[in-house]
Design a protein. Structure first.
Length: 193
C-alpha cells in the first residue's frame, strides 16, 4: 500500500513563508520524523505530497531520495481526492503529527479494508488543550480529536478507529503548538535518560 505524507499545506498560522514540513523538532524536521516512522511500520512505498506552497519541501524530499508528487494545493480535501484518483486506496499521514508511532500505523493497516478509516482519540482522554477545529462528534455522540492518520478509499463511508495514546493528538499548527511539542519531546528524552 502506498503511504502519502501530506506536506503541501500553506502553514498560515505558523508565520509568513514557513513551510511546516521543514520545521525542526529536536534533531529532525517534521518530514524526516514522519518518513522515519512510516519506514519503521508495515506500510509500503512513501510518496510526499507537496503543493505550489511547499517548493522547499519538495526540494528537501527529493534531495533525500523521497518520491514527490505535487498536488494542486487548493484545499486539503481536494488534494486527498486528487491522490485517490492517482493511487487508489492509500495511507494518508499528515506531516504535522510529531508523535506518530509505528504501532498506530500498523493498527490502522490491520483494520484497512473497503471503507475509509479516520484515526481519532476520544477527547475525554486528551490531557491538554486541542484546537476546536480538530474536534468532531462520532455517530456514537462522543467527541473525538482527529489526528491526521487515515486510510483513504473511494467509498463515502468513513469509520473511526479510536487510539489510546493522547500524544497522537498533538498537531503542529501554531508557534504555541510547536513549543508544546518541543516541551513534550524534551520530557520524553529526560524520562528515557
Amino acid at each position: 500500500m502506498i503511504s502519502v505524507i501530506m506536506a503541501g499545506g500553506k502553514s498560515t498560522r505558523l508565520g509568513p513563508r514557513m513551510e511546516k514540513p521543514l520545521i525542526r523538532l529536536g534533531k529532525q524536521t517534521l518530514i524526516e520524523r514522519t518518513a522515519e516512522t512510516i519506514r519503521s511500520s508495515n506500510a509500503g512505498k512513501i510518496i510526499v505530497a507537496t503543493s505550489p506552497a511547499t517548493p522547499k519541501t519538495s526540494a528537501f524530499a527529493v534531495k533525500r531520495g523521497m518520491a514527490v508528487l505535487e498536488t494542486p494545493g487548493n484545499d486539503y480535501h481536494d488534494d486527498v481526492y486528487f491522490l485517490l484518483d492517482k493511487f487508489g486506496p492509500y495511507l494518508s499521514v499528515n506531516v504535522d503529527i510529531p508523535f506518530l508511532t509505528r504501532e498506530a500505523i500498523n493498527r490502522l493497516l490491520a483494520k484497512s479494508r473497503d471503507v475509509s478509516i479516520a484515526c481519532v482519540i476520544p477527547r475525554a482522554k486528551v490531557s491538554y488543550a486541542v484546537a476546536e477545529d480538530s474536534v468532531g462528534k462520532g455517530r456514537d455522540g462522543m467527541e473525538y480529536v482527529w489526528i491526521g492518520l487515515n486510510y483513504v478509499t473511494p467509498t463515502p463511508e468513513t469509520e473511526l478507529l479510536a487510539m489510546e495514546d493522547d500524544r497522537l493528538a498533538i498537531n503542529i499548527n501554531t508557534p504555541l503548538d510547536l513549543a508544546f511539542a518541543a516541551k513534550m519531546l524534551a520530557e520524553e528524552r529526560r524520562r528515557k535518560g
